[in-house]
Ligand binder design. Structure first.
Ligand SMILES: [Zn+2]
Ligand SMILES: [Zn+2]
Length: 273
């Protein structure tokens, strides 16, 4: 059994499918993980539409969908996830920030309620379960261990660590760092991980203008990963204003700062085992 990660959406905030976003991709957050035969989908941004097509081609009929939070860029693809309308499929949706706020089912139903969307949540024909937990709790999906942590983001967000066969991937978006300190919750979550996918919406140069917006920088990602002895950083949740030329330059700078960095691109696949 393998352990790999594939990026279906790497943008933050809003999808930006322009000719100037082709190289890195314009869809919002969605990452697929296969670990020891289990399938995990992280977030349901617009990238989940293409993932749905891929599931249908590959005959995949079950996955666990773990949401970091329910801002638009992390759930807007959900009503366009084709296998959700297939009665032979089953999906288990979980979120860690809504236990006191109506729960994840109600929030996803709200997104599809009239008059914002023509088809209500009840139209989904796949067997769906919706489960709320509290960020910081741990659980298992088959043999895969999942640890979580509360992130620093408006209305809360959940960071995930997914472990299988002695390897680990962390998904840490969306979150804001505090200048001059490192987030202890994140350092504990990512300690010694093989791959950390990190909210790199801004650069350090842009950050002072964006304090309070709930996001971090790729340089903070490098600092956290180096401090926590992480093997590889995937720079993720790119700002829609960071077009391809900007991102290519950012990629060069990141590699100069730390050769354990890479910039996530749509359809990129990384193998852990
Ligand atoms: Zn976001
Ligand atoms: Zn957000």
């Amino acid at each position: 059994m393998g352990f790999w990660v594939r990026f279906w959406g790497v943008r933050g905030s809003i999808a930006c499918p322009t000719p100037r976003h082709i190289a890195f991709g314009g869809n919002t957050s969605c990452v697929e993980i296969e670990a020891d035969g289990q399938r995990i989908v992280l977030d349901a941004g617009t990238g989940i539409r293409e993932l749905g097509h891929s599931f249908m081609k590959r005959g995949i009929d079950h996955a666990n969908i773990l949401l970091t939070h329910t801002h638009w860029d992390h759930i807007n693809g959900f009503p366009f996830f084709g296998p959700g309308y297939d009665p032979s499929c089953k999906f288990d949706v979980m979120a860690g920030h809504l236990a006191d706020h109506g729960g994840v089912r109600q929030v996803l139903a709200g997104q599809m309620a009239t008059p914002m969307f023509p088809v209500p949540l009840e139209t989904l024909r796949a067997e769906m379960t919706f489960q709320d937990f509290r960020a910081g709790e741990s659980f298992e999906i088959g043999t895969v261990k999942v640890r979580t942590a509360l992130l620093n983001h408006p209305q809360g967000a959940t960071g995930y660590r997914i472990e299988s066969g002695g390897k680990s991937v962390c998904y840490v978006t969306d979150t804001e760092h505090v200048l001059g300190t490192h987030d202890e919750n994140i350092l504990k979550l990512i300690d010694g991980a093989d791959l950390v996918i990190y909210d790199s919406t801004y650069t350090d140069a842009e950050f002072p203008e964006k304090v309070g917006w709930g996001h971090s920088t790729w340089q903070e990602g490098v600092r956290l990963c180096q401090r926590a002895a992480v093997k590889q950083l995937a720079i993720f949740h790119h700002d829609p204003d960071h077009e391809d030329a900007f991102m290519e330059n950012l990629e060069r700078e990141a590699l100069e700062m730390w050769d354990g960095s890479l910039v996530a691109r749509e359809h990129m696949r990384l193998t852990l085992i």
